[in-house]
Design a protein around this ligand. Structure first.
Ligand SMILES: O=C(O)CCC(=O)C(=O)O
Ligand SMILES: [Fe+2]
Length: 296
């Protein structure tokens, strides 16, 4: 079922999350009305909004991103690897060999996590590989019993990035605070509520993710594991997951406040090509940051 308003067509792709917008050329400047409309559709799509055939260059992707927030200078800038590089600090290129085949939300290990990441398929070989799955954490919250909902609303979680360090150049990844001041690539854990209220939609969402959420505050990881496992199993049930098959030029706006994602690495990365580009958005400048959720 699709609806059209001001020449913009919206089609739901999945009962829970995921919607596709057509009728817009994102290379062109947008009016305030168009931006407001896209924001409404983004909420209607429960945080996963897809545009096909956009083919934005790096500057155009950054320009488009800026309509929705501040484009964060990514703090891994010193951690470039063969598989992930930064043409500048605001744009990240995710190469064929990169591994994101674990369920996660982006960078909740930060003191002030990003609200969204925009992901574009810049180049890839044809074929049935390298899909990305998205699941809804607001719907996961809705599935819980009122009893567990109210327990979780009183809880907070500790999020940490340290176990990712092995993938990067550890020498540059000490306890250093990055210029944007939003986090530290270190043993430091940052505390966030286990349930948040999305500031735009007012909807409650589980803010416990498979990664980088480590443990409930005041509890060990092993004490946390059973409840976290229960929540994650619920989150990734097939009826709560939209699976995207990428074409070159697809752009997905991912709301990191109410979703997790998983990128399949089901291909031979020495033979098949899959190049993605990403911007990371916050609601404030690079410093000192601002919470992207409403607390209880
Ligand atoms: O390549 C993908 O589909 C996902 C990339 C990703 O998870 C990330 O950049 O955080
Ligand atoms: Fe990610």
């Amino acid at each position: 079922m699709s609806t059209t308003q001001h020449g913009i067509t919206f089609k739901k792709l999945h009962p829970v999350l995921g919607g596709e917008v057509s009728g817009l050329d994102l290379k062109q400047p947008l009016t305030t009305e168009q931006v407001n409309h896209i924001n409404q559709l983004w909420a209607k799509a429960n945080g996963i909004l897809i545009f096909k055939k956009q083919y934005l260059n790096e500057q155009e992707l950054k320009n488009y991103s800026r309509y929705f927030g501040h484009v964060l200078k990514h703090p891994f800038i010193e951690g470039d690897t063969n598989d992930m590089k930064h043409s500048d600090t605001e744009m990240m290129t995710i190469g064929t060999k990169a591994r994101n085949d674990l369920w996660h939300s982006d960078m909740t290990w930060m003191r002030f996590p990003p609200k969204a990441t925009f992901l574009q398929c810049a180049d890839r070989d044809d074929g049935d590989f390298g899909d990305t799955m998205f699941c809804s954490l607001s719907n996961t919250y809705n599935k819980l019993s009122p009893g567990l909902q109210s327990i979780l609303e009183k809880m907070t979680c500790m999020h940490g990035v340290q176990d990712l360090m092995s993938r990067y150049d550890e020498k540059t990844m000490g306890d250093k605070l990055y210029p944007n001041g939003l986090g530290a690539m270190s043993k430091i854990e940052n505390e966030h509520p286990a349930v948040i209220i999305h500031p735009n939609t007012g909807k409650k969402s589980l803010y416990v993710n498979n990664w980088p959420c480590k443990r409930f505050a005041g509890m060990s990881q092993s004490e946390t594991a059973p409840l976290k496992q229960y929540l994650m199993d619920l989150a990734i049930q097939p009826d709560n997951v939209y699976r995207h098959k990428w074409d070159i030029g697809d752009l997905v706006m991912i709301d990191q406040r109410c979703t997790m994602h998983y990128a399949f690495h089901d291909y031979d990365d020495t033979k098949q090509k899959r190049i993605m580009q990403r911007t990371t958005l916050t609601d404030a400048g690079d410093s000192p940051g601002k919470y992207i959720y409403t607390n209880f």
